[in-house]
Design a protein around this ligand. Structure first.
Ligand code: NAG
Ligand code: NAG
Ligand code: NAG
Length: 312
């Protein structure tokens, strides 16, 4: 007896279309990102290593690092503090006058924030209740006076900030769109996640300035040219923005080809980028800095008349 023709059910067709869609999506978007993140084409060059190994990572960060989903509140650091350095005076010991800042709380009762105890909300269920704390630091002093806490839905996953020319406004990168850790947050990371918020210190108000083409916005600096440079860690691109008359415009993009964590500006106005050539090993270090090491690279980005020049 001949076998009956297999009848393709609508269910099967639906699955076929979904799988085809996923394959196209993978080729179009994810493959490039995976190659970039995993660095499959990247050659890592060894450099001369020094004798001592410095594990410059706090133990407590293994427990509490919201941007990397480390949300064990009971392991959260109790001894976090702010250090004041005089970066123009290395001093005989080369420690730049390293000193723990004293913190003055003007309000009574003291505000509940970074440096104070606050009631504990479940960070796993609700996400970390991240805030921006504003302090005054008198020149040549080691005392920070607490001014205010900025807590806003528009800066829900703050990662880094850069202060505007007026000293009042500042931009904040939100590294994710979703505050709560989990699959949705991770998957959204692949198609675009995070935003750039603009806050004002005097009013304490924040608003989303842009969430277009944001892919894990991480390091953020204001260049000597007044432009804002934001590195998107998922795509390894720096987006360049101008902020004029309350309007943020994306004026350029600098592809880096290697994922970058943080940015800073040097004396000459070059943008310095701390790059992560091997993300998988980097993640292992974040999870356990004592037993793992990961390669790193430093890029310098210089603005020229013709555009930006990236040098490793
Ligand atoms: C959370 O932190 C506490 C205190 O450091 C520690 O005892 C506990 O093992 C940690 N839990 C996990 C799941 O790592
Ligand atoms: C987060 O912290 C701020 C500042 O302490 C507080 O005003 C706010 O109510 C907290 N958010 C939630 C959801 O509890
Ligand atoms: C990122 O770099 C800035 C300097 O541009 C520095 O102030 C900040 O502490 C760095 N953040 C991290 C998480 O390394």
């Amino acid at each position: 007896m001949a076998n009956p023709q297999p009848k393709s059910s609508p269910r099967l067709w639906t699955w076929a279309v979904i799988i085809l869609g996923a394959a196209v999506f993978y080729r179009q978007y994810v493959h490039e990102m995976v190659t970039l993140i995993l660095g499959t084409n990247r050659v890592i060059q060894p450099i001369k290593t020094s004798h001592g190994t410095v594990v410059a990572f706090l133990d407590s960060r293994m427990q509490w690092l919201p941007s990397a989903d480390h949300l064990n509140f009971s392991g959260k650091p109790e001894k976090d503090h702010i250090v004041v350095l005089d970066i123009d005076e290395p001093g005989a010991d080369g420690l730049y006058g390293w000193e723990q800042a004293a913190i003055l709380a003007h309000q009574s009762p003291p505000p509940r924030g970074l440096c104070y105890r606050r009631e504990i909300l479940d960070p796993v269920a609700l996400g970390a209740n991240s805030t921006v704390e504003v302090f005054d630091l008198a020149a040549k002093s080691n005392t920070l006076s607490h001014v205010k806490i900025i807590a806003s839905d528009a800066s829900n996953t703050p990662n880094n900030l850069a202060v505007d020319a007026d000293g009042n406004g500042f931009f904040v990168t939100n590294d994710h769109t979703d505050k709560v850790a989990g699959l949705v947050r991770e998957l959204r990371g692949l198609i675009g996640s995070g935003s750039l918020a603009y806050c004002q210190t005097d009013t304490g108000e924040c608003r989303i300035a842009t969430d277009e083409k944001c892919y894990l916005p991480n390091g953020l600096v204001r260049g000597h040219d007044g432009r804002y440079y934001v590195v998107h860690s998922m795509t390894a691109v720096i987006s360049v923005h101008e902020y004029v008359d309350d309007e943020l415009t994306r004026v350029d993009e600098i592809p880096l080809g290697v994922p970058v964590d943080n940015l800073s500006v040097d004396h000459d106005g070059n943008i310095i980028a701390a790059a992560v050539p091997d993300v998988l090993r980097f993640v292992r270090v974040v999870n356990n800095p004592y037993d793992n090491q990961a390669p790193a690279a430093v890029l310098s980005i210089q603005r020229k008349d013709s555009g930006y020049e990236v040098v490793k």
